[in-house]
Write a protein that binds this ligand. Sequence first.
Ligand code: ATP
Ligand code: MG
Length: 788
Amino acid sequence: STADHPDLLADLNDAQRDAVTHTGGPLLVVAGAGSGKTRVLTRRIAYLLAERGVHQGQIMAITFTNKAAAEMRDRVGELVGVRSNTMWVSTFHSMCVRLLRREARTAGLGSNFSIYDADDSKRLLTLVARDLDLNTKRYTPRTLAGQISNLKNELVDHEDAASKASNELERKVAEVYAEYQRRLQLANALDFDDLIMRTVHLLQAFPEVTEYYRRRFRHVLVDEYQDTNHAQYTLVRELVGTGTSPSGVEPAELCVVGDADQSIYAFRGATIRNIEEFERDFPQARTIMLEQNYRSTQTILSAANAVISRNPNRRDKRLWSDLGAGDSIVGYVADSEHDEAAFVAGEIDALADSGEADYSDVAVFYRTNNQSRVFEEIFIRLGLPYRVVGGVRFYERREVRDALAYLRVLANPEDTVSLRRILNVPKRGIGERAEAAVAHHAERERLSFSAALRAAADGRIADLNPRAQRNIAAFVALLDELGERVERGDDVADVLEAVLERTGYRDGLAESDDPQDATRLDNLTELVTVAREFTESAAPAEDAGAGDELDEEPALPAGSLAAFLERVSLVADADSLPAPDGGDAEDTGQAADSGMVTLMTVHTAKGLEYPVVFGTGMEDGIFPHMRALGEEAELAEERRLAYVAVTRAQRRLYLSRALTRTAWGQPMSNPASRFLTEIPSELVEWRRSAPSADSFGGSGAPRAATTWAGSGQGSGKAGPVRGTASTGWKDAVPMKLDVGDRVSHDKYGLGTVVATEGTGPRATATIDFGASGQLKLMLIGSVPMTKL
Ligand code: ATP
Ligand code: MG
């Protein structure tokens, strides 16, 4: 009763309180950054449990990252205690895995299915493209992966894709898509996009399944709603229902919170469309706006508003703060990226010395991961404690992936991508020829690769040389031996140890002279630790709601190898956790970062807040990204990203840029970021880089510096701005391009030539504009493109 929870509503404003206590139809909370959307969502859950008699098993809360899910669970835990433990608080992906495991049979899956991440998908696509005799220079696995992912995010299956294809590229993609799905099915594997799409298809095809979940989840809550894509939106709609079901189940209560200005995943198919769809599909929905920002000073908010207000087609919001004007924003123009990093490090030190901020109060943001290196170097040199979120992630390291591939094969022998990965790793004399013979046999006999491998071991493949056959037989025997350990229920860590021992993987590294191999050994040891912690955390603990029908046991046996692999694949997802995460929620919250400066990309910073924020690399061509220059939709997304960056700051915001920097392998002089110049000058106190203070004279440094950079363009204007790469930039001069050349296109940004054809005015080049996932065939002489 309210008496037990007097403060659930006390520290909320009226609009927030309305949102927390709203009962009945769907609720959409749209509001700017820092206005308490996440607080409303968490508080609403607590309120449902404490005041409305809702059982935790009836709640499904969806967040964008596992980190956010862990934080939310923590926050709810603080409010209502251990009852939060058995609640479904997860990302879309985790939620779908859980649901698909329970419904595996209905969904036509083995319940031990593997989850393929981006790298696994690309490996499989490479195999598919090769087998379909595609020109892999032209259709790179990356392009194919991007195209297939887009289709899945739109819930287009391979049959629809084939019937809708209207050009050569689309037809090829559809063909690859069909074969890729066939192989995934054979391997009993799903890629990340499948997790969502298969769940949607399941719910749409089996009303009784949908009915079960609708009965069960009476409350669905979604944070960061602006970043859900069409497939995810449809999933939510299926779960909630838009009307009373035939057997009388009313739609669940739905509460989504988001901010269209913070939609930063358009490249993954998220569109503001989902807010429009919401209003269309749920016409009776109530919308609540929040206008008070509790996070940032007015100065920081004004800067954020100045930047975002330039985006076209947005609903204007009046966001205000009563935290006072606070400190000015500090602007800094560095000579180089090294100078910028030195400035940042110096300021952090000074803040720490004066007691103004702890290291853990500080975050350094950059646009792309590779920018972290310069900061890391200087932080290490100065002994400044830091951690990088993202970057080369633990679970992406080769040795970690190799070890996990062994475990995956043991858990799911049909996992072809993993099986082929480890076939000759470490080297055991099963070469490419032997692998091809096995693959060929599989294809001819319509067998899985693993079945064909067993045929090879038994000498049933004629065109295999005896030595390869012996080696395959030994390999199969080794897998069987390791498999027995799994069967008899050894701890995951023990199985992993056995893998590293029995395959000779560990000895191979230990005997190597390559210093990198020492690091690899450390990483494997770390992985064993992760596995140990996993086993310990899986040991049965006292259960808050034991015996309750809604507290079901997990779909996978706790502590099992499959459960471990599932945890690992999901952690390795969008989150980019800095270090292996044993799964303990407390390890993933911001509280665990104590004593360290956090370095991360702006994308990763979504939803977080820090007393002190450094926004670095504020240059046109860096942030906004080169690719977005002159491309209206992409520029609008970069602007939203800038808005996200600025609104993470609570008390102090630094914005810096460098006059020269090495980017894309070239020294470049970039003009000031247009976002920087849009911030009203009275909000910024400019400091400069000492050595070249003379170069710009007077105040208003950013403009002066723009001129200095010699781009000859006002930095505030839209349209393509050319950086001045040292090689010089020229317009559309006929040029000779070779495979591997890097080019910059006014519209598509940076690309790599993957094929060329013809000569003279008819010469064409196929160019992979990687990041945007686009492959283009171009007449070299007639496009606004420059060779770098
Ligand atoms: P974002 O758009 O960045 O995700 P948000 O809208 O989710 O932001 P929250 O993170 O929920 O905002 O809240 C921002 C900060 O303001 C948090 O520190 C939160 O605790 C605080 N806050 C929110 N509402 C109130 C309130 N009514 N009183 C005091 N503090 C509040
Ligand atoms: Mg939030």
